[in-house]
Design a protein around this ligand. Structure first.
Ligand code: NDP
Length: 323
């Protein structure tokens, strides 16, 4: 017998958005587009918005599909959806993480997406690589990251009304502290990995204290882990009468976090949106928050590790020991 708690209609409408420190609202659920093939992402974006009610699309220059995402957005606008009702996030790639490349990088993204502004622009990773860097990079290709200089250019994008909010991604507590102490416009969002096998509690608690909204990426454990068969997820899914995907997404929203599951499949896009008409009971929230094995799926080694022998120490330093 399913034991989910039904939400009243106005409760679920209220839950569909979180308010950022800027006063703007971010939808609690968006569509991820990493690894979404260029030949399918256009329809995925259109279906998500027009047929399934998504109002947030998460993109990035490095995903190599912003043109096709833009075509999907345009199809949605042609179908009568208003630009101001859609929240678009994009991200500054690490090879453009120097002050003079910030504006040109955003210009490319806006042109690819076919938009005059994005709602949220994030520093994708607190890393700066040279233009010719390989993956993984070689010594000398990882450059010092000028957080304050890059952020100042991000602030200018807000002043120029090319972006409505600015934020960061993959920032640890120490990196956030440094940014908060050296910024005029504070980051609205920190987008980080979060799912039952990577709760990321320290960053979440710090962000809540500092009024930085958290968006969870890889909410389903990404394509490389199988959280769909985790005992805690299955047990809650059976008890509450919702699919494992719905449970993982709903768990995040009840933690006060927005999220951006990726799917290119019409049925799964629809399924992932069915999270606003039920509530996971407290004891099951606790169970989902007690998965013993905690491990990042996306430590970013290919972005910063310059030698196999130093891998562990480089990653430990980058993530302040939280791996
Ligand atoms: P997700 O956790 O969203 O998982 C995506 C995988 O799950 C895909 O293989 C998808 O396949 C499958 N899937 C989706 N819905 C379901 C479902 N209901 N049931 C079963 N399988 C399902 O992983 P991502 O790593 O893609 O993270 C989501 C988004 O977060 C990214 O797309 C990107 O936008 C963002 N991101 C940001 C990062 C950053 O550094 N800021 C890093 C990583 C991600 P299918 O498409 O076939 O449905």
């Amino acid at each position: 017998m399913a034991q989910s708690q039904q939400l009243k209609k106005d409760e679920s409408v209220e839950e569909a958005y979180f308010t950022l420190r800027s006063g703007h609202r971010i939808p609690a659920l968006g569509l991820g587009t990493w690894k979404a093939e260029t030949n399918v992402v256009r329809d995925a974006v259109y279906n998500a918005i027009v047929e399934c009610g998504y109002r947030h699309i998460d993109c990035a220059h490095i995903y190599g599909n912003e043109k096709e995402v833009g075509e999907g957005l345009q199809m949605a606008f042609d179908a009568g959806i208003k630009r101001e009702d859609i929240f678009v996030t994009s991200k500054l790639w690490i090879k453009s993480c120097v002050p003079e490349k910030v504006r040109p990088a955003l210009d490319t993204t806006l042109s690819d997406l076919g938009l005059k502004y994005v709602d949220l622009y994030l520093i994708h990773w607190p890393i700066c690589l040279s233009e010719d860097a390989s993956s993984p990079p070689k010594k000398g290709q990882v450059l010092p990251f000028d957080t304050v200089g890059v952020w100042r250019e991000m602030e200018k994008l807000v002043e120029q009304k090319l972006v409505r909010d600015i934020g960061v991604s993959n920032f640890t507590v120490k990196k956030l502290e440094h940014l908060l102490a050296n910024s005029t416009i504070k980051p609205s969002v920190n987008q980080v990995e979060m799912h039952p096998s990577w709760r990321n509690d320290n960053v979440l608690n710090y962000c809540k204290k500092e009024n930085i909204h958290v968006t969870a990426y890889s909410p389903l454990g990404s394509s490389s882990t199988d959280l769909f068969h985790a005992e805690e997820v299955i047990q809650t899914s059976e008890k509450v009468g919702k699919t494992p995907g719905e449970i993982m997404i709903r768990w995040l929203i009840q933690r006060g976090v927005s999220t951006i599951p990726k799917s290119s499949n019409k049925e799964r896009i629809k399924e992932n949106m069915r999270v606003f008409d039920f509530k996971i009971p407290d004891e099951d929230m606790q169970k989902l928050s007690s998965v013993p094995t905690q491990k990042r799926t996306n430590p970013g080694g290919e972005l910063i590790v310059t030698s196999e022998e130093e891998k562990e120490s480089i990653l430990r330093e980058f993530w302040e020991g939280e791996l």
